[in-house]
Design a protein around this ligand. Sequence first.
Ligand SMILES: [Fe+2]
Ligand SMILES: [Fe+2]
Length: 276
Amino acid sequence: MDSQEILALALHLANQSEVPADTTINVPARDVRKVLFGIDVDAADLLFAKEKGYDLVIAHHPTGGSAVLGLPEVFAKHASILTSHGVPKEAADAAVREMQEEREPRVHAENYDHLPSMARMIGIGLMCIHNPCDEIGRRLMDEALRAQLPEKPRVRDAVAVLESMPEFRSALTHIVVRMGTTDHPLGKWAVHHGAGTNGGVPVARAAFDHGIDTVFYIHIDAGALRRLWEAYGREGPRNLVVTGHVASDSIGINVLVRELRARGLRVDTYSGIVDV
Ligand SMILES: [Fe+2]
Ligand SMILES: [Fe+2]
C-alpha cells in the first residue's frame, strides 16, 4: 500500500467521500510495509522511526500543513451532530461559529511546517488521519450505547456500557461524570466527538438549551467546565460525561490499525494508542 491508499481506506471505514480538512499526507510514502502509528508525533519520533526502518509514520492529531490550518473547518461537524439530535440549525451554526472564532487566531499563528519539514529532511513518510478515525470512534460509541442501554437508563448505565468497550477497560483513565450525577436519568443524549475537538462551552450550551440532557465529550478543559458549572449547576439536571482522551481516540484508530494489519502491513502503535 502507499500513503494515498491508506488514506482512502480510512475514508472508506469512516463512510466519508472527502478528505476532512484536519487530515493530510505531509510526505507521501510508496510501498509501505512498516508503519509507526501514534496519537501525537514529534520530530524525535521521526528520527527513531527512520532508524528502526519504518516507511511511514501516521499520527492521529494534525501534524502540520493543511491539517493544522484546516482544523477549525472540521468544527462544522458539531453542527451536524447537534441538528441530528434536534437542535435548531441556527443555534448549532452559532455554536460552531463561536468555536471557530475562538480557535482561528491560534491556528493562524501555528508553525505548520515544523514536523513536515523534519520528515522531508529525514526522508520518511508522514501523514495524519484525524477526523476519519474520530468519526469511526463516535459511531462505535453511539452504536454501543444504542444497543446496550437498558430501559429508562441512568447516567451510570451509559458509563457502564462504554466501560465495557475494550479501550476503556484497558486505559489508565476512567470515564468521569464532570457535571450532573451518575444517578440522574440519562434522558436525551448525544456523543459529541469526531468534530475536530470537544465542543467546549458553545456546543454543550446549544445541546443543553435545546433538549439534550446528557452530553458525552472525550475531553474538556477546566475553564470551559467551570463556565458550564456556573451556567447549569455542578450537580444540576444536565449531565456532562467525559470519556477520556487517548482511550476514546484509540477506538477509531484501532479499527484502522486492524484493517491495515489484515492487509499485511506491520503496524506498531505507540504514543497513547490503547492497542487492544
Ligand atoms: Fe481524536
Ligand atoms: Fe484527540
